[in-house]
Design a protein around this ligand. Structure first.
Ligand code: ATP
Length: 885
């Protein structure tokens, strides 16, 4: 025999496989552990089989090439020694393998760490036996499940507390949602009950494994277990738990990365299991669905990798230690993947052809990819290079990428068939296994969920419940004793119970602050429960007192309430009637408002009409005023015309009268003169006849028949002459007393002769005399009074145009030789007023005796007439005092 090789070539492996600091391609400084590789040697299939390996110690195995090996003659090194974490000989039982390899992974799973365990080896080397086992010898997987459920049994959540989402995460369901899910599940189970019976037989035996419990679990958490089971080919992943029909065959699933960079099979069926039996039942279902190919090597040999994943979901319980905290961020999910890799035999040994040959080739390819990935990873870690690791070249490496790149515990069991026929493949497997344990995996961070709640909540809750149970039992017991003593049915109060009592975990903590460290069932906990019971009993008594007080208060309150209710009913009745009245009033108000609106609209109409009428009235008034003004103007015009014509008529009639009078006087005078002449002649004739001489013809006297007749009208001729200059006396006219001399010292004195009712002139221009006497009726005394030297006759008449005309006839009073007096007019002053509304006529006021030429005849006649009027006033008074004009 040649010298034994002590070390696998091509690598520099650190002798001490302890924790090292990573300097791998990830570049982080996390603590890393090597992949732990175990070697399990199965018993030879036949006792007569030649073997090619032997175990030298619990960590070392020596591989000796048999003569039938391919390279036997050319290989110089005949024996190869391989060192592993542990080498399990043929005699090692399943339980030992589980305890050494898988139990730490389960502990990690419970503490929130991910784990990967895969079996690797040639077909028939015992991979499935190690991983699954058989009815008599349970493998790692059922033992893991058993240990897990035994550990979490006291902390398991009710089913459907958690629900998977499609992104490799979990949601916390509310109580109502969980209840609904449970009912649905129960119905589904009834349907599957027949199929279940078939499986029960197989599962029952597998489930009954040796008890193994894991300590150190987080007791204030709630746990739930989900499993999924997939079959992985080189180019596809198939869900073995997915419901299928004849029409619907299995479809390859996608591999995705979740938020925590864990790879997962998207859409895989994840089933929550509460017991080992449920989990194994699902496993069996998956096994039946697994496509099996028959090879000449092993009828049960598969050409695919089986991945059974246990996912543990845990979340902290609330302050009362009863329910899960409804906060998704507090959920911790960890998983343990148990992988039964396909056999690593060469294709020529399988004897497959066609499709099966291609499948076998693919399987080898995927194992080759796994091998390549691990080699590059090791090289990167050892040489600090950064070669790309081809995880994606096969589904199996892609699925476990994060285990090698990220955090987790990775373990591998190399299963070896010691027979000499398998030497070449076994040698390859051993090389790969040895190389694998050089790969470093980052150590998972210990999971510690701390949400700030007091530790030991679950225990405190249980202790409190226990105390309440004891208390209830005590009360029940007392109640029964009381009944027995009285021999009568108990009629009084029912035994008090603690249903009303809330969980007062504060009370538990106050009695025992370190309840988390206390072991339930110990003497310490019993003492604590006893104390709790006493305190709760005191509480019950106090509650009874308070309840009595409360009942009294309640009765008083009820009475008051009744009273108030009665008053309330009365008030409500009154309120109802008032509401009815109010409604009526509102209706009335509404009707009145409508009427007001109608009236207002009619008022608006009337106002509008009123304004129209006022406008019409105003227009009519304006028209009336205009017409009144026109009428007034016309009446004024008419009055003015009437006055004008009246005055004209008066003037004309006066004028005619004057003319007639003048003619009459002329005729009369003419006749008188003729009569005088005839008389004179007659007298002369008579004198002649009587012999005398004819006398001198005397000036003719104004008196007729010796009777002095007042001359009613002045002689026109004398008047005419009076307008000119003082004329010399003529026969028949009064002769001025030439000897009369008016005293100059006395000055002028005016005799003003005006009518009794003069028309007021209303002007500021008034005749004014310094020394005057005003008379309305002229007497002889006034005329002959020598003091009066001036005479002024004031007359008012309408002119031809109807205007008032005031004339002042002025003259000198001259005594006559006969003792009388005569007035010689020498001035006429004429005052006229004109209406401003008329066209101002030519105003003329003569203040002087302007022209020596004679005035018009009519005017002279008027003056004469006026003078006669004045003279006629005194002519009849005395014959001695005659005035001549
Ligand atoms: N350690 C062992 N003790 C007893 N029997 C074993 C042991 N290992 C394997 N066997 C038996 O060997 C046979 C083949 O084992 P197994 O099916 O586990 O091999 P395998 O590697 O899974 O093959 P394949 O790759 O085809 O699945 C089984 O009948 C099994 O009972």
């Amino acid at each position: 025999m040649k010298a034994m090789r002590t070390k696998t070539p091509l690598k520099v492996v650190p002798q001490v496989r302890s924790v090292v600091k990573s300097r791998g391609n990830s570049g982080n400084s996390l603590v890393k552990d090597p992949v732990q590789v175990y070697c399990r040697i199965r018993p030879p299939p036949c006792e007569s089989d030649l073997t090619c390996l032997r175990v030298t110690d619990p960590h070392t195995v020596v591989l000796t090439p048999p003569e039938i090996a391919i390279n036997y003659k050319i290989t110089s090194l005949k024996e190869t020694q391989y060192i592993f974490k542990r080498v399990f000989e043929e005699s090692v039982q399943q339980h030992d393998v589980y305890v050494s390899v898988a139990q730490p992974l389960v502990e990690g799973l419970i503490r929130g760490r991910n784990g990967l365990l895969f079996t690797y080896g040639v077909t028939g080397s015992g991979k499935t036996y190690t991983m699954t086992g058989n009815l008599q010898h349970r493998g790692i997987m059922p033992r893991c499940l058993d240990a897990l459920f035994r550990t979490i049994s006291d902390y398991q959540a009710k089913k459907f507390t958690f629900k998977t989402d499609r992104l490799n995460g979990f949601d916390i369901l509310s109580e109502a949602e969980a209840l609904l899910e449970r009912q649905t599940e129960m119905n589904a189970r009834l349907l599957k009950s027949s199929r279940k019976r078939e499986l029960d037989q197989e599962v029952a035996s597998q489930a009954s494994v040796e008890p193994s419990e894991i300590s150190g679990i987080e007791e204030d958490n709630i746990y739930a277990v989900f499993i999924n089971y997939v079959e992985v080919y080189n180019n596809g992943v198939y869900d073995l738990l997915e419901e299928t029909t004849i029409q619907k065959t299995l479809q390859s699933k996608m591999i995705r990365e979740d938020a925590n960079h864990n790879m997962f099979v998207h859409g895989v069926t994840e089933v929550e299991v509460k017991t080992v039996e449920e989990a194994l039942e699902l496993f069996q279902i998956g096994q039946k669905r697994k496509r099996m190919g028959h090879t000449i090597l092993n009828a049960e040999s598969s050409r695919s990798h089986s991945v059974f994943t246990i996912r543990l979901v845990q979340a902290p319980i609330d302050m009362q230690g009863e329910h899960v905290v409804q906060d998704q961020s507090k959920i911790t999910v960890s998983q343990l993947s148990l992988v039964d890799l396909a056999g690593s035999e060469r294709t020529n040994r399988t004897g497959n052809t066609g499709q099966r040959l291609r499948e076998a080739g693919n399987i080898n390819n995927s194992l080759m990819t796994l091998r390549t990935c691990l080699e590059i990873l090791r090289e990167n870690q050892q040489t600090c290079s950064s070669k790309k690791v081809p995880y994606r070249d096969s589904k199996i490496t892609h699925l476990f990428k994060n285990y090698f790149d990220g955090e987790g515990q990775v373990r591998m069991i190399v299963c070896v068939n010691p027979r000499a026929e398998d030497y070449d493949e076994t040698a390859q497997v051993m090389k790969f296994a040895e190389m694998t344990q050089d790969v470093q995996i980052a150590r998972p961070t210990p999971m510690k969920i701390d949400i700030g709640l007091t530790p030991g909540r679950r225990k405190a809750n249980q202790l409190f419940k226990q105390a309440m149970t004891e208390l209830n039992e005590k009360h029940q017991h007392q109640h029964l004793l009381q009944q027995q003593q009285q021999h009568t049915p108990y009629i009084g109060e029912p035994p008090s119970n603690t249903d009303w009592m809330d969980f007062d975990l504060g009370l538990v903590y106050s009695l025992e602050p370190f309840v988390a460290d206390m072991k339930l069932g110990s003497a310490e906990s019993t003492e604590l429960v006893h104390k709790l019971t006493e305190i709760l009993e005191l509480r019950i008594k106090k509650r009874k007192v308070l309840n009595d007080d409360f009942s009294g208060r309640q009765n008083r309150f009820r009475m008051n309430l009744h009273k108030l209710e009665t008053e309330n009913v009365a008030l409500q009745t009154e309120n109802t009637s008032l509401k009815a009245v109010l409604l009526q009033n509102k209706q009335k108000i509404g009707a009145m408002e409508n009427r007001i609106k109608i009236y207002e609209s009619s008022i608006d109409d009337l106002n509008r009409r009123n304004r129209q009428l006022e406008e019409r009235e105003r227009q009519l008034r304006e028209q009336l005023n205009q017409k009144t003004q026109l009428i007034s103007q016309k009446e004024q015009e008419k009055e003015r015309q009437r006055k004008k014509f009246t005055s004209k008529f008066a003037v004309e009639s006066e004028k005619m009268n004057r003319e007639l009078e003048l003619k009459l006087m002329e005729q009369k005078s003419k006749l008188q003169n003729e009569m005088r002449d005839k008389e004179e002649r007659l007298r002369l004739v008579s004198e002649i006849v009587q012999g005398g001489t004819p006398g001198v013809i005397r000036p003719r006297s104004n008196s007729v028949d010796g009777e002095q007749k007042p001359e009613s009208t002045p002689n026109v001729k004398s008047l005419v002459s009076a307008y000119a200059t003082p004329r010399p006396s003529r026969p028949g006219t009064a002769t001025a007393n030439i000897r009369h001399r008016r005293s100059r010292s006395t000055g002028e004195r005016w005799l003003e002769h005006r009518s009794a009712n003069p028309v007021p002139l209303g002007t500021i221009l008034q005749p004014y005399y310094i020394n005057s006497k005003s008379v309305t009726k002229l007497s002889d005394k006034d005329v002959v009074n020598q003091k009066n030297t001036k005479y002024c006759l004031i007359s008012q008449d309408a002119d031809t145009e109807g205007e008032l005309e005031t004339k002042l006839y002025k003259g000198d009073v001259i005594p006559t030789s006969g003792g009388g007096a005569q007035v010689v007019f020498n001035d006429v002053e004429c005052l006229k007023q004109y209406s401003p509304t008329k066209t101002p006529p030519h105003r003329k006021r003569s203040s002087n005796f302007t022209t020596p030429s004679a005035p018009p005849l009519s005017e002279i006649q008027m003056t004469n007439s006026k003078c006669n009027t004045g003279i006629e006033g005194h002519a009849g008074h005395s014959s001695n005092k005659r005035s001549k004009h």
